[in-house]
Design a protein around this ligand. Structure first.
Ligand code: GRG
Length: 294
């Protein structure tokens, strides 16, 4: 197996090249919107969701070419959510991916539209993808729509907004993160499996893996927000505490939060044991995400 660092760099390059092909050029009329879409999309994200999608396809014996459009679609949705999350009416953040946020550069109106256009193009990309085995393009579209709609991604954001400044229980925090973070990660992983024509048992294992990995990812994100600098993170550190937002460390304490991240990661790894050696990369990625510093 290629060393992880080389693998991640090479995957990032492949995903960037594919995204570049899917997006209208910055010069296409009206250039402002295409520049804004590209500004946030190519601002230096880690590309975790596409990488997980491709690794899940590999775990089920699929082809990279079949998974790549789905990997790109999810990255477009993720980037839309970040642009909108950073808006003054949401989290009001000035920095993202180490750069000024979209509304700081393009103004609020264009930032809203850049997010809208990225969400929309994601569906165009999925519509052009090929179905595989038991999964039709309609199944792939439904998967993406559910994860990003009012039952998951948007639900998480709504609860997040409603809970601001309030005392939040562990189960409410879990509800928010299952929807805001874990659902899109799970969707990325499931889409990878679906692009490979995964069996229902394989898809079940990937779903369990995605849920637990997504939850571990968010607990670690909360820990990093409280312990790293803004320079290290490429976004404003310590914002959650300042905004009166509940986080895993604020609710459970740092030690229990770390134990929670470990527990979720172990559950994720256990979930894919049945997929055999082809899932080695997914396991390695779970371990890497647990130990990440940004
Ligand atoms: C529907 C407006 C709207 C928003 C959706 C998901 C969401 C709600 C907002 C995103 C903001 C946020 C902090 C989500 C939590 C998930 C998370 C930790 C995102 C950061 O993901 P990384 O670290 O980011 O993968 P990069 O920049 O590397 O892609």
């Amino acid at each position: 197996m290629t060393p992880l660092k080389t693998y991640l760099q090479s995957r990032c390059r492949q995903v960037d090249a594919a995204l570049n092909r899917f997006l209208p050029a910055a010069s296409v009329k009206p250039p402002t919107i295409h520049k804004a879409m590209r500004y946030s999309l190519f601002a230096g994200g880690k590309r975790l969701r596409p990488i997980l999608c491709l690794a899940a396809a590999e775990a089920c014996g699929g082809r990279e070419a079949d998974a790549m459009p789905l990997a790109c679609a999810v990255e477009c949705i993720h980037t839309y959510s970040l642009i909108h999350d950073d808006l003054p009416c949401m989290d009001n953040d000035d920095f993202r991916r180490g750069k000024p946020t979209s509304h700081k550069v393009f103004g609020e109106g264009i930032a809203v539209l850049a997010g809208d256009a990225l969400l929309t193009i994601a569906f165009e990309i999925v519509a052009k993808a090929r179905g595989k085995g038991r999964y039709t393009v309609a199944d792939l579209t439904t998967e993406v729509a559910r994860a990003s709609g009012s039952l998951f991604l948007v639900a998480g954001q709504v609860m997040d907004l409603l809970c601001e400044g309030k005392k939040v229980s562990h189960s409410q925090l879990r509800y928010i993160h299952e929807r805001k973070t874990s659902a899109l990660l799970t969707c990325s992983i499931r889409l990878g499996g679906m692009s490979a024509g995964a069996s229902s048992a394989q898809l079940r294992h990937l779903t369990d893996f995605g849920y637990n990995l997504g939850m571990a990812f968010q607990v670690i994100d909360d820990i990093l927000d409280a312990t790293q600098t803004s320079e290290q993170l490429g976004k404003t550190a310590g914002k959650d505490a300042k905004a009166g937002k509940a986080t895993y460390p604020s609710i459970l304490g740092m030690e229990r939060a770390r134990a929670e991240a470990d527990r979720y990661t172990q559950a994720a790894v256990k979930a894919i044991a049945a997929l055999g050696p082809k899932a080695a990369r997914l396991e390695q990625l779970a371990d890497y995400l647990l130990k990440r510093q940004k």
